[in-house]
Design a protein around this ligand. Structure first.
Ligand SMILES: [Zn+2]
Length: 165
């Protein structure tokens, strides 16, 4: 048996298709946008990537293991609720998130006006201070499915520290 880790690192990635007249949730924030994510839940790619990063850091599998798609229990479920469950698993594993770094890849709408709102929402959801959360936004330079506004993707890295005992 290997000794318990003082620190753990996780990374997560997610992508969703975009379609007209759907809500566009990103990092727990509702964007003003003519398109939104096609998804069984609320389709929040950033929170889904964060959830996968947290699960990965704790060696607890992935979001599909814990919230299987096509289970009516999770239809249209807010990702912030899923995140709250996963933060509970992290606590039970004996760890606490210390830092996250996020990258969102989206062509439109432009995320400039939303970056601070998304960052502040993540700070609240995770209970972290302002110097522990970073949100980066970029476009796909017009290339591929994201560049032609058919999809949005996000990746998140997270660092956990062992707490208690
Ligand atoms: Zn997703």
């Amino acid at each position: 048996v290997t000794p318990p880790l003082a620190w753990r690192v996780g990374q997560g990635y997610d992508i969703h298709r975009l379609a007209p007249n759907l809500p566009f949730w990103l990092g727990g924030v509702l964007l003003d946008s003519p398109v939104g994510c096609v998804a069984y839940s609320d389709g929040d790619v950033l929170l889904h990537a964060l959830i996968d990063a947290l699960l990965g850091a704790c060696a607890l599998g992935d979001i599909g293991d814990h919230f299987p798609p096509n289970n009516p229990q999770y239809k249209a479920m807010r990702s912030s609720i899923m995140l709250a469950h996963v933060l509970e698993y992290v606590t039970q594993a004996g760890y606490a998130p210390q830092q996250i770094d996020c990258t969102i890849v989206l062509e439109a709408p432009k995320l400039g006006p939303y970056k601070t709102i998304i960052k502040n929402t993540l700070i609240q959801l995770l209970g972290l201070s302002v110097d522990r959360v970073n949100v980066k936004a970029k476009t796909a330079e017009g290339l591929g499915a994201i560049g032609t506004q058919q999809a949005v993707a996000a990746s998140v890295s997270v660092v956990l520290m062992a707490v208690g005992t």
